[in-house]
Design a protein around this ligand. Structure first.
Ligand SMILES: O=C(O)CCC(=O)C(=O)O
Length: 179
């Protein structure tokens, strides 16, 4: 992981966390089918307005085999570009969602309940994606094998997902400041 962060930001630009990460565990809830959630969309930081670099990266490490629809975090790739232009006045997730939702119906429907009944949310958000003001956006589900790790810019919108499978989702999460 240090090598990846050196490569991405330079050896002096990231702070080694003093403590270990948090463990994320999600079990299947019987009767609750997997779908793209409306709730929980947030970022873990913001971008520097001048350099565009994120204030932190979030590192997700998979600890048990993680299959599609198995509870892996959902990441809205490309969303940091929108946040940089339209979400920089606030760190408040609710205010960011409100501002972006007012501008982009695709996002409004993503995090507002009951606004798009009958829409196949998996198809719309995971398969098709959208291009908003020239920025391609699409949902990506974090899946993989134990010890696989994802480095995510902290200013990317993401949310916990339900687990539609029998095996628990077990991941480690840790924020790492970019300086
Ligand atoms: O539980 C998850 O998958 C998401 C965790 C998360 O959003 C975070 O650590 O910021």
């Amino acid at each position: 992981m240090p090598l990846a962060l050196d490569e991405l930001y330079g050896p002096q630009r990231w702070q080694r966390p003093l403590r270990g990460g948090g463990v994320l565990v999600t079990f299947r809830v019987p009767g609750q089918p997997w779908d793209v959630p409306h709730r929980g969309w947030h970022s873990d930081g913001r971008a520097d307005p001048t350099s565009g670099e994120p204030s932190q990266v979030t590192i997700f490490t998979i600890l048990a085999p993680l299959r599609p629809r198995g509870g892996g975090t959902l990441v809205l790739t490309g969303s940091h570009h929108l946040l940089r232009h339209h979400g920089r006045e606030t760190d408040n997730a609710k205010a960011i969602r409100k501002g972006l939702g007012a501008r982009y119906p695709w996002l409004h429907d993503l995090w507002s309940e009951n606004t798009s009944p009958g829409i196949d949310r998996r198809k719309r958000y995971l398969d098709e994606g959208a291009v908003l003001d020239g920025m391609p956006l699409r949902l990506v589900e974090l899946i993989g094998e134990p010890r696989d790790a994802f480095v995510m810019r902290g200013d990317i919108l993401h949310t916990p997902a339900p687990n539609g499978l029998d095996d628990p989702r077990i991941m480690l999460v840790k924020g790492c400041p970019i300086i």
